[in-house]
Structure formats: structure tokens, C-alpha cells
Design a protein around this ligand. Structure first.
Ligand code: GYE
Length: 327
């Protein structure tokens, strides 16, 4: 009996998994929700010891954090990378130390994909394509000529998957439909920078009628800048309103969609904690896990009678992107 008791004590101690999580930063509401999801999943009561590091949007801080995790001999490394490139060396170090790495949210672009175990996140290119198809359906329904859509793009952090995919989705739309893309500039996914960039663009161009914000916080900043300039946001371009497209569907973003300030908000789900835990549990059980795990997402529009949100939502990754407007 004594033997059994001590065995179970040892087992309990071994049962606690140490997980190091290198987080991008705290730039947006989406990020805050993501951090909360990770912290509440990898909690002490769930049997984890979580070492959390906030990199303040700097890759060099993430490299330091990962090297510290390796030194501390954690069981798993979770990495939400700020940008896609520049990870080969540090991931090789983790691999050499025998520590599995799970990439969360944005992707890494590495020469050898055995440098990480698995990835969980969103399809940012599909998100961008959905937004562009919605814009086309909207313009068609409102009988606005493509060349009369004067667009500015407030981009995310340059080099991050969320920026690369969302920017590409818009650029494909510009190419395909012939919209007038006035300028692209990064708002670094923050409200303050989104506002600053929008202020300068409003001074530069007097014909902006579409603002494509690559996340909700940039949209909040852009809306403030537009309203401060005495203009109105909304879906009525013909009557001088500026149409705002955004990504994330945070609480405040969806509130702005319901009140018509954001015309179309593309969902991006931040609740990756339980998904990452599922992968870890499978690995602990010795199971094979999928390399790439995409989360399903939808779009939400202020006025669903203008263009078919359902049709846009049914777009497949490799599919046909034409959407029929509701007439
Ligand atoms: O859209 C943005 C955040 O990588 C999907 O990062 C994430 C993005 C998200 O700062 O709000």
C-alpha cells in the first residue's frame, strides 16, 4: 500500500506539464482575448505550469523567450509568432532539445516544416478574399462602378500572416474587379496607429469612400479620425458615407457592425487555448496530430439585404469566389 501511495504521488508530480507561451504582445482586443483563452486553459487547476511571455510586438523578445523556455526544459513551447520569417535557428534549437513546438494564430515560414509539430490558427487569405467578395457584391447591388470605389488599406503588422493574407485578398479584388486602391500603410494592428494613418490619408485624398482595416482596433481608430474630420461612416457611399471593412468581430467590432459603423466585419476567432490543449493531449497520448489546423470563420455585415453574406460564407479555400448580390 505504501508503495502504491508513493507511486501515485510521483505520478501526480509528473502529471503537471510545463508550457512556455511566447505571445506577440497586447496590441489589440483580439490579442487580449487570445491571451485570456491561453491563460485560462493552461492554468494550475488544469494541471499546467504556464510560463507566459509578452514580446511587445518584437521578434527579438520572442527569440529570447523561446531560448529561456529551452533552458528551463519546458515540456511544450507555444509560439504566437509576430512575423512569418526568421524562426529557423531558434526552432532548430528547440528541436535539438527535444521540445515540441506548437504554433498558434499566425504562421511561420520555415525551410523545414519538421521544425514545428503543429499549427492552429485562421486562414487569413480566405478572410481577405471573403471581404473582397463582399465588397464586390455590395458594389454590384448598389450599382457602383468598380473604378468609383476609392479604397485605402490600413494594413496589419507587415510580415505577419494576418497582414499578408488580408492584404492579398484585397489586392486580388483590386486586380479582378478594377477598384481604385489609393494607398496602403500599416496601422500595426493598433487603434492609435489606425487613427494616425487614417488622419494622414484623409488629408491627402478627398475621395476616399472605402477603408479596409485589417483588424477591429485599426477600424476604431479610423472611425474616430473620419468622424473628427466631420465625415460619416456607413454603407451609403452614394451619399458621401465612408464604408468601413474590418476583421476580428470583437465585441466592440460587432457592436459597430450592428450600429452600421462597420459595414462588414470578418470573423477571426481568438479562442485557441482549448484547441492547443487538445493537440497537447493527443501528443501526450502518443497520437499523430494534423500539421495545419484551420478554424472555421464567417463574415458579418451591417446590412445583410445588400449582399449575400451566406454566399460569401460558403466560399471554399480553393473554390469559386463569385458572389451574387441580392436584388
Ligand atoms: O486579427 C489582430 C491581432 O494574428 C489574427 O493579430 C491575429 C491578428 C488579429 O493583433 O487583431
Amino acid at each position: 500500500v505504501a508503495g502504491l501511495a508513493s507511486t501515485s504521488t510521483v505520478f501526480a508530480a509528473e502529471d503537471t506539464l510545463t508550457v512556455g507561451f511566447s505571445q506577440v504582445g497586447a496590441e489589440s482586443d483580439w490579442r487580449t482575448a487570445n491571451t485570456e483563452s491561453m491563460k485560462s486553459t493552461f492554468s494550475e487547476e488544469n494541471g499546467y505550469e504556464l510560463i507566459f511571455d509578452d514580446a511587445q510586438q518584437k521578434q527579438e523578445n520572442q527569440l529570447t523567450a523561446i531560448r529561456n523556455f529551452i533552458q528551463q526544459e519546458v515540456d511544450y513551447i507555444l509560439l504566437a509568432p509576430v512575423t512569418e520569417t526568421g524562426w529557423d535557428t531558434v526552432l532548430q534549437e528547440a528541436k535539438d532539445a527535444g521540445i515540441p513546438v506548437i504554433i498558434v494564430d499566425r504562421m511561420v515560414d520555415v525551410s523545414d516544416d519538421s521544425l514545428y509539430t503543429s499549427w492552429i490558427g485562421t486562414d487569413a487569405l480566405l478572410e481577405g478574399r471573403k471581404a473582397a467578395e463582399w465588397l464586390n457584391a455590395y458594389a454590384t447591388a448598389k450599382e457602383i462602378k468598380p473604378e468609383d470605389l476609392h479604397i485605402v488599406d490600413i494594413q496589419g503588422t507587415i510580415g505577419s500572416t494576418a497582414q499578408i493574407g488580408r492584404t492579398q485578398g484585397l489586392e486580388e479584388g483590386v486586380e479582378k474587379y478594377g477598384w481604385d486602391l489609393l494607398e496602403q500603410q500599416s496601422g500595426e494592428f493598433t487603434q492609435a496607429k489606425g487613427q494616425e494613418v487614417m488622419e494622414s490619408m484623409l488629408k491627402k485624398y478627398d475621395n476616399i469612400n472605402v477603408v479596409y482595416c485589417e483588424n477591429d482596433n485599426e477600424a476604431f481608430g479610423a472611425i474616430d479620425a473620419i468622424e473628427a474630420a466631420g465625415k460619416t461612416v456607413g454603407s451609403d457611399i452614394a451619399n458621401g458615407e465612408i464604408l468601413v471593412i474590418s476583421f476580428d468581430t470583437t465585441n466592440a467590432g460587432l457592436t459597430d457592425t450592428l450600429n452600421g459603423k462597420i459595414a462588414c466585419d470578418v470573423e477571426c476567432n481568438p479562442l485557441h487555448g482549448p484547441r492547443a490543449e487538445e493537440l497537447i493531449k493527443a501528443l501526450e497520448a502518443g497520437e499523430e496530430v494534423e500539421k495545419l489546423n484551420y478554424v472555421d470563420e464567417e463574415i458579418f455585415a451591417a446590412d445583410d439585404t445588400v449582399a449575400s453574406v451566406t454566399a460569401v460564407n460558403s466560399l471554399e479555400e480553393e473554390g469559386e469566389y463569385a458572389v451574387t448580390p441580392i436584388t
